[in-house]
Design a protein around this ligand. Structure first.
Ligand SMILES: [Zn+2]
Ligand SMILES: [Zn+2]
Length: 191
């Protein structure tokens, strides 16, 4: 996924890329990659409009598809549609070098350096590779606390039953004392 800088003009050009689960696993599947989401269920679409504004390049568009997620309350896996809009303004890097080594390497090898909030950055050279940016946008689309539904009742903390599909007799309160189970015996003694 790349943009040829020479081709970018003041007239917005629409481009569309397909993001497959395989591609994602290849680029972000390694250990320690925070950008890897829980999983795309099928190919996602990365639609972008590219335009030159003065010396800058503006990228606007959205990533859409669906994710396979695990509910944070009941652990059920479910599919959630995603639609993440983005707007990225890139300035020519010129002679500037990003302070962090990772950013400097990205600018040198991928022609793209992203600032922290990934709404701005620098570009350098004839090609801007978007792979890392797509990964970041996808990571943004993954909910911090996935819920299979707004009112998911979750699992019973005591017996583990899924309270969306069944109910159990567990009381919500903790037993008053670990010896509470002995109470009936004690009472029987008194009879
Ligand atoms: Zn749930
Ligand atoms: Zn229970």
């Amino acid at each position: 996924m790349k943009i040829l800088v020479d081709r970018v003009t003041a007239t917005p050009e629409a481009m569309s890329f397909s993001v497959s689960p395989q591609w994602l696993a290849q680029h972000f599947g390694g250990a320690g990659q925070a950008a890897a989401p829980e999983g795309l269920t099928e190919d996602a679409r990365f639609d972008v409009r590219v335009q030159r504004i003065g010396a800058d390049i503006l990228l606007e568009g959205e990533l859409s598809g669906s994710l396979d997620l695990a509910c944070s309350r009941c652990l059920t896996r479910y599919r959630a549609p995603i639609r993440e809009r983005f707007r990225l303004v890139l300035e020519p890097a010129g002679d500037r070098v990003p302070a962090d080594p990772e950013g400097a390497a990205a600018l040198a090898h991928e022609g793209l350096y992203l600032a922290d909030e990934i709404e701005s950055g620098w570009f350098r050279g004839p090609e801007i590779h978007l792979d890392r940016f797509v990964g970041e946008i996808l990571a943004l689309a993954v909910p911090v606390q996935p819920l299979c539904r707004e009112d998911c009742r979750g699992l019973c903390p005591r017996c583990g039953i899924d309270r969306n599909v069944a109910s159990c007799g567990c009381s919500e309160e903790r037993p008053a004392s670990p010896f509470a189970v002995l109470a009936p015996l004690r009472d029987a003694d008194r009879k």
